[in-house]
Design a protein around this ligand. Structure first.
Ligand code: HEC
Ligand code: HEC
Length: 220
């Protein structure tokens, strides 16, 4: 009798554990399934091409949400959409669990291109000054133009918010950040129901998008 009870409670606790693993996705299965992602998103989700987003250390909730959006067509990209269409819910959960446990790599300081460098000699902003402007916008927003402070949702260290599926931003490639913020601004990317990021990005200038992206890319 005692033995039976023990076996029963063991079985119960095991189903409890697999239940959790299922909801969170299976990391080792995810690593195998992520083999097809490596060519663009790099080893461990640290892509080497600056327009391909890093996926390492991103919240699994956010990754799944984006994969579902690419699959349904509410977010569209010629490279990503066909790939997401081939993934099941379980595969998405496993892959997301795997990437969320990887460590994101740090970036080099952005280099201003030639015409920006010329401006610099006219007494215009250096990269450090641009990053400082980005930092101010990230922390304080711009009250007069109603640009919300990014810190409110993306956190003081760019760590995001897992339960709310607010993405982590820290150490993301600046080029991808500029591209995706510009897509939010134009409405090209608008897959979140309340359209929060569109509301915010449409009030930002191209200079502000660049400054805040440079700042975020240096957050660790
Ligand atoms: C041919 C290149 C390519 C391959 C292969 C690829 N991706 Fe992507 N992925 C992209 C590009 C480009 C984007 C950015 C799309 C955009 O600008 O909106 C992206 C974006 C994403 C995003 C959104 C990230 C964010 O921060 O919003 C996720 C999640 C993602 N990919 C997951 C995957 C997974 C999982 C696989 C493998 C099953 C995969 N990708 C394979 C090119 C690729
Ligand atoms: C009210 C909350 C909120 C505020 C404030 C906010 N964001 Fe977001 N942000 C979100 C949400 C939610 C998403 C995910 C949107 C989606 O699912 O497509 C997001 C997505 C993003 C992304 C895309 C990340 C990726 O990996 O593709 C970037 C970049 C971003 N935000 C930058 C900013 C910046 C810069 C600011 C400040 C100027 C800001 N956000 C302010 C909620 C917010």
């Amino acid at each position: 009798m005692k033995k039976k009870l023990l076996a029963f409670s063991l079985a119960m606790s095991l189903t409890g554990i697999t239940g959790i693993l299922h909801a969170e996705g299976n990391i080792s299965a995810g690593k195998e399934k992520a083999a097809v992602c490596v060519s663009c998103h790099g080893d461990n989700g640290n892509s080497l091409v600056s327009t391909f987003p890093k996926l390492a250390q991103q919240h699994s909730s956010y990754l799944v949400k984006q994969l579902q959006a690419f699959k349904s067509g509410s977010r569209s990209n010629p490279m990503m959409s066909p790939i997401a269409m081939g993934l099941t819910d379980d595969e998405m959960a496993d892959i997301a669990a795997y990437y969320s446990e990887q460590k994101i790599s740090a970036n080099e300081l952005p280099v201003l291109d030639d015409d920006e460098d010329e401006k610099k000699t006219d007494g215009n902003d250096t990269i450090q000054e641009i990053i400082a402007q980005g930092s101010d916008l990230y922390r304080n927003g711009d009250l007069t133009r109603e640009v919300s402070a990014c810190i409110a949702c993306h956190g003081p260290y760019g760590e995001g918010n897992k339960p709310a599926a607010f993405p982590a931003l820290k150490s993301q490639h600046a080029d991808y950040l500029i591209k995706t913020l510009t897509d939010f601004k134009s409405g090209e990317r608008s897959n979140n129901p309340e359209n929060m990021m569109h509301m915010i990005a449409q009030k930002m200038t191209a200079e502000e998008i660049k400054a805040v992206s440079y700042r975020i890319s240096m957050m660790k």
